[in-house]
Design a protein around this ligand. Structure first.
Ligand SMILES: [Zn+2]
Length: 306
């Protein structure tokens, strides 16, 4: 079956000359690994390129496995945008197959090390021994820092300009505009979080390190860098103790992962839970900017910022 498909695709490509025409469009085809990259790509592409998000809505993107059909789509793409550091190993591995341009958007950014909080959890070590995928050395969650994400926007503009020089000016203009809006968002966060009664945030997984560092907060995560890794009872107890000691009023949970553990900790120390969205999938009824402003508002309320 796969052989037949490959032949059909090869014939289509041979007949039309370029990948976009195989899908009925003459525009460059951009494959983005997951929502934040698809968002940037769509904003920068405007009407000049077609963007596909490889991670279906409602799917947790960490370790998301591509279908064979998607691997085919990647090999046809003119531009593939993905996150390195084993964020989505199947996309990273498929990036070698593409005949277009494959870009690890983390490259060239000022990255922080992925804090190995799982070291506290014996289960994590066992999992590694069983041969599960390990995350990379650097923290991939750059989209939650608007300043680093502005850099991503400008880089995407540069790559689109290279693959489609006729429309280069439009890509660069839209990339600059998006970067400016992200820099404004950074100012909103700086001002909004400048005077807070508390600075500690307890979150489901280690997505907010950059955000915390940029705005003077301290992040404590229950599950480490991968939202689906099961924290040990010892880790859960440790986080509950930290929250109680620091007068934490709220345990944050996220939309694509079960809130059960956050609720357990909140119940145990008698506090509430609230959403802090790591924006790893498309936010409901809004976009990246809307979700980030909702995050800012939640942080301001929970941390007592004035
Ligand atoms: Zn994450």
């Amino acid at each position: 079956m796969r052989v037949v498909l490959a032949v059909v695709v090869a014939i289509a490509l041979g007949a039309c000359g370029r990948a976009g025409e195989a899908t009925g469009s003459s525009r460059p085809q951009v494959a983005a690994a997951f929502y934040p990259l698809a968002f940037v790509a769509e904003e920068v592409a405007g009407d000049d390129a077609d963007v596909t998000n490889l991670t279906p809505p409602g799917t947790e993107p960490h370790d998301f496995e591509l279908t064979p059909r998607q691997v085919g789509r990647i090999s046809e793409a003119d531009l593939l945008l993905y996150l390195g550091q084993r964020f989505q190993p199947s996309v990273e591995d498929a990036s070698a197959e593409t005949t277009g341009r494959a870009v690890d958007v983390l490259e060239g950014l000022d990255l922080a090390t992925a804090e190995a909080e799982e070291e506290h959890a014996p289960e994590a070590e066992e999992a590694e021994e069983e041969g599960e995928e390990e995350h990379g050395e650097w923290d991939p969650h750059v989209w939650l820092d608007p300043t680093r994400f502005a850099e991503v926007a400008r880089n995407v503009g540069t790559h689109l300009a290279v693959i489609d020089p006729d429309n280069a000016d439009g890509y660069r203009e839209r990339a600059d505009d998006l970067a400016t809006r992200l820099e404004d968002l950074n100012s909103e966060f700086e001002e909004g979080l400048a005077n807070c009664e508390r600075t500690e945030i307890v979150v489901s997984h280690d997505a907010f390190s950059y955000l915390a560092r940029e705005y003077g907060l301290e992040q404590v995560s229950i599950a480490g860098i991968d939202p689906e890794s099961e924290p040990s009872p010892a880790r859960v107890a440790e986080v509950a103790d930290f929250a109680a000691e620091h007068g934490v009023t709220t345990i944050f949970f996220e939309t694509l992962v079960s809130p059960a553990i956050a609720e357990t900790i909140a119940d145990e120390i008698g506090v509430t839970t609230e959403v802090l969205d790591p924006i790893e999938g498309p936010p409901e009824g809004t976009d990246y900017f809307g979700a980030m402003r909702a995050n800012l508002s939640a942080l301001q309320t929970v941390l007592g910022c004035s």
